[in-house]
Design a protein around this ligand. Structure first.
Ligand code: COA
Ligand code: AMP
Length: 637
């Protein structure tokens, strides 16, 4: 089939308002106006101003009212606890109503913020939808972040309540969440009124009467008394959620997502990009703590009337490298979305793909990869073993959905290895030099998107319009700066080469080296430091910290390095995967004092590098090379 991509992209380009107005017909609105876009509102305009809707209604109620009450909405598959449970649309709606009733009884209402700190259990999804139902704004914090990170988010979002589970489960260990929540509330200046706790069998939390509420028990009461609660209409431009993501400092950015444009964009993507029909089973093997989890575990599949899978496990080790194939086969998954690192992990354990032989994957159609660069070896391996189209697509927490991809629903375009293919309608992607001039085809530069961003993308940062402007709009007037660098070829195919800031990508998780440097610099013995991301076969990148100790510190380096590793784990969390700290005498710098992190990374990755013309003392680069070799990290070819 010839792809309809070009004509679809052109139809958007020639009439962007009409394009999104037509897409908006897929959503149930409580009221609409004739204005699709207000260029004068917000930071760069707002989509669907004064339209009204409710995201939970569109995800649940309308499917129950119109033919899907008995269809599975959510399949919970937890190899780590050995349990499974399926909720039909009707059951999920009852549970969400029950949770919304409990939240409402505690005074949670439209516009209130609620932090959700939960593992991959159905109640995490219910909590998000219950907030959406009430018009409250949720902010999910990934379970692998430490109390200190949670405290930062509590202070920024000023939530009325926190919804937590008693514990999360990682291979070989149970992580009690409630002490982390209590510690975070202790550290934060803002104090939420209530902490709701879902008690799990693996570790019960200490519930303090008058402060904490046993959410499971309260929901059971609400369910048995058949409590219902109406969807609260909100403006399309009202926030649905705030999701914090790494910035260049320890202060994370609160990415705001609105209700209306978000639904329009996600619904469009399910048909046209992912090629999924309502009623089919779609699985995003991510976590609700990340944007992929928000968009493609929760909102998009449910908006589309699909069945979503909530998977509590890992690609390997729970119990083996065949678990993805088991889930696909057992639940009739038609499309899987995950990060390339998951496939690198599977390939490492089972290079021949022998586990695949045990499962019937005949209904399985496509694999979508995002979150980090999809290396051609992994893509080729997956294509060979699975025999389905492998679609690399590029997006960011900020955009909430794909910027550049291969739209299977419009007809697949030819694949060029290493390229996530072409811009989706809504995105006018360009490459500019540092001075803001357009660059020629195939020339590496800053990837920018001409404003306005399409529906679904963030309108601003939570309570931080100026930071939003400074971080994303100021450098290239009229454009959104993606902070990714890349090229566009003569066919309009994009390639993503690197970040232009200090963000690194570890196992598909976005981390700030600046935030890690802040932690290292806080250690009493550290004079200065630099954290870089070094190439890793499994996780893509790993953080590697170099520290220079204060004069007169005589303790063994190994002792201090162990303390630094512990400190990052305590302050940022295990997700930082910070396990390499190296003491050096000096850091390489330019004559003006700028640390040459790029050159250090090239040395660590064994890449050829040019001696920076402005380097202060070239001999320091040899010292870095030796220090890496002493730590067994020499990749010199
Ligand atoms: N709660 C608490 N701790 C968590 C956690 C959570 N939700 N998630 C991860 N961690 C911990 C891990 O246990 C690990 O701890 P350790 O240092 O004690 O071993 C640490 O954080 C680092 O986690 P991670 O980088 O994920 O490594 P891993 O070895 O546990 O797993 C992969 C590696 C590749 C299997 C895993 O990262 C993966 O499946 N990634 C792909 C899918 C994905 O989630 N992508 C994200 C966006 S699409
Ligand atoms: P996050 O906000 O966590 O989704 O991370 C976004 C960043 O991950 C992007 O800015 C890219 O640097 C990287 N990224 C995401 N998807 C891809 C992809 N398909 N190819 C290359 N890099 C990607």
């Amino acid at each position: 089939m010839a792809s309809r991509y070009q004509e679809t992209y052109q139809s958007w380009k020639s009439d962007p308002m009409g394009f999104w107005q037509r897409a908006a017909h897929e959503i149930d609105w409580t009221s609409t106006t004739n204005q699709v876009f207000d260029p004068d509102a917000g930071q760069y305009g707002r989509w669907f101003p004064d339209w009204e809707c409710n995201t939970c209604y569109n995800c649940l109620d309308r499917h129950v009212e119109r033919g899907r009450p008995g269809q599975p909405a959510l399949i919970y598959d937890s190899p780590i606890t050995g349990s499974q449970k399926t909720y039909t649309y009707s059951e999920l709606l009852s549970h969400v109503q029950a949770m919304a009733a409990v939240l409402s009884d505690s005074g949670i209402s439209k516009g209130d913020r609620v932090i959700i700190y939960m593992p991959m259990i159905p109640e995490a999804v219910m909590a998000m939808l219950a907030c959406a139902r009430l018009g409250a704004i949720h902010s999910v914090v990934f379970g692998g972040f430490a109390a200190n990170e949670l405290a930062t988010r509590i202070d920024d979002a000023a939530p009325k309540a926190i919804i937590a589970a008693s514990c999360g489960i990682e291979p070989g260990r149970i992580i009690a969440y409630k002490p982390l929540v209590d510690e975070a509330i202790f550290q934060a200046s803002h104090k939420p009124d209530t902490c709701f706790v879902i008690q799990r069998d693996q570790a019960a939390a200490n519930i303090v009467a008058g402060k904490d509420i046993d959410l499971g028990a309260a929901m059971a009461d609400a369910l048995s008394s058949g409590r219902t609660i109406d969807c609260v209409p909100v403006k399309a431009t009202d926030p649905l959620y705030v999701l914090y993501t790494s910035g260049t400092t320890g202060q994370p950015k609160g990415v705001v997502r609105d209700n209306g444009g978000h639904m329009v964009a996600l619904k469009w993507s399910m048909t046209n990009l992912y090629d999924i029909q309502p009623g089919e089973v779609f699985w995003a093997a991510s976590d609700v703590g990340w944007v992929v989890g928000h968009s493609y575990i929760v909102y998009a599949p449910l908006l589309h009337g699909c069945t979503t899978v909530v998977f509590e496990g890992k690609p390997v080790g729970t119990p083996d490298a065949g678990v993805f194939w088991r889930v696909i086969s057992e639940h009739n998954v038609v499309s899987l979305f995950t990060a390339p690192t998951a496939f690198r992990a599977i390939r490492k354990e089972d290079p021949e793909g022998t586990f695949l032989e045990q499962y019937d994957l005949s209904q399985y159609r496509s694999l979508f990869l995002a979150g980090e660069r999809a290396d051609p070896e992994t893509v080729n391996w997956a294509a060979e073993k699975l025999g389905v189209p492998i679609v690399d697509h590029w997006w960011q927490t900020e955009t909430g959905w794909c910027i550049v991809g291969n739209p299977l629903g419009l007809g697949r375009l030819p694949v060029k290895p290493g390229s996530p293919t072409v811009p989706m309608p809504g995105y006018d992607v360009q490459i500019l030099d540092d001075a803001g001039h357009p660059l020629a085809t195939d020339t590496l530069g800053n990837i920018v998107v001409k404003l306005p961003l399409p529906p679904g993308c963030f309108p601003t940062l939570w309570n931080a319009d100026k930071r939003f402007f400074d971080a994303y709009l100021a450098e290239f007037p009229g454009y959104y700066k993606t902070s990714d660098a890349g090229t566009i070829d003569a066919d309009g195919y994009l390639s993503i080469m690197a970040r232009t800031d200090d963000i690194i990508n570890v196992a598909g998780h976005r981390l700030s080296t600046g935030a890690m440097e802040e932690v290292l610099a806080a250690h009493k013995d550290v004079a200065e430091c630099a954290v870089i991301g070094i190439a890793d076969e499994l996780k893509g990148q790993l953080p590697c910290g170099f520290v220079v100790l204060k004069a007169g510190v005589s303790r063994p380096h190994s002792e201090i390095e162990a303390e630094l590793i512990k400190l990052v784990r305590e302050r940022i969390g295990p997700v930082a995967a910070f396990k390499i700290a190296i003491t050096v005498d000096r850091l390489p710098k330019t004559r003006s004092g700028k640390i040459l992190r790029g050159t250090m990374r090239q040395i660590a990755d064994g890449e050829a590098y040019k001696m920076p013309a402005t380097i202060d003392d070239p001999a320091i680069l040899d010292e870095i090379t030796s220090a890496l070799a002493e730590h067994g990290l020499s990749k010199a070819s």
